[in-house]
Each structure stands twice: as structure tokens, then as C-alpha cells.
Write a protein that binds this ligand. Structure first.
Ligand SMILES: [Mg+2]
Length: 114
């Protein structure tokens, strides 16, 4: 699969590309789709995102690390067999209806059960 043939605005094409990446390295049969392993990889990427911010790295580095995490998230949807696109819209629909509060000087959007 060549990424130049894909629609950059299409989640379907993003998913197909990540699936091709998994297939290329046979993640399904080599431990690459084990969820506990994937959690460790995602935590590692979150650490890299954190380092970009705390060490004041260039915005391009932050974007690349966020892309690493996004690719892992799409791959986790493949590994765990759920529709991340649908989950995204379901969750956005929920959080758009939530209230916001200022907590310690910063806005927080949550269900605020109290
Ligand atoms: Mg990274």
C-alpha cells in the first residue's frame, strides 16, 4: 500500500494504512496486538509527548509524537476489534453536552458527580 494513493482526510484510509502496517509485520501473530503490550507502547509515547513539552522541543517533534500515539490508538482499535471512528463520535456527542467548571484555575469538562 502506498500512502500517496490514500485520502488524507479519510479515517477509513488511515485505518487501512495502519492495518497494512500490522499485516506487514504480522502483529496479529507476533504479539504486536497484545493489549497489555500496546498499553506499554502507548505509555511510552505519552512519555515522549511529555518530554516534548517539558523539554521545550520544537512543535514538529510534538506533532510526530502525537502521531505515534494516534497510530497506536488506531492499531489498538484493530487489536481489540472496535470501531474507533464510531467511538470518537459517540464520545464527542457525550462530552459536548457536559458542563464545565473552573478547577484550580483551569477549566474542566466532566460529569461532575457529587
Ligand atoms: Mg515516539
Amino acid at each position: 500500500m502506498s500512502t500517496t494513493d490514500l485520502d488524507p482526510d479519510s479515517y477509513t484510509d488511515m485505518l487501512a494504512c495502519v492495518q497494512a502496517f500490522h499485516d506487514k509485520h504480522d502483529f496479529k501473530n507476533t504479539g504486536g496486538e497484545e493489549l497489555t503490550y500496546r498499553i506499554a507502547l502507548m505509555a511510552e509515547e505519552l512519555g515522549e509527548i511529555s518530554a516534548c513539552v517539558t523539554k521545550g522541543k520544537a512543535n514538529e517533534a510534538l506533532a510526530e509524537e502525537c502521531a505515534d500515539l494516534f497510530i497506536l490508538l488506531v492499531g489498538t482499535a484493530i487489536a481489540a476489534d472496535f470501531d474507533l471512528r464510531q467511538a470518537f463520535w459517540d464520545k464527542m456527542n457525550k462530552i459536548m453536552k457536559r458542563d464545565a467548571k473552573m478547577v484550580n484555575g483551569r477549566i474542566r469538562v466532566s460529569e461532575f458527580r457529587d
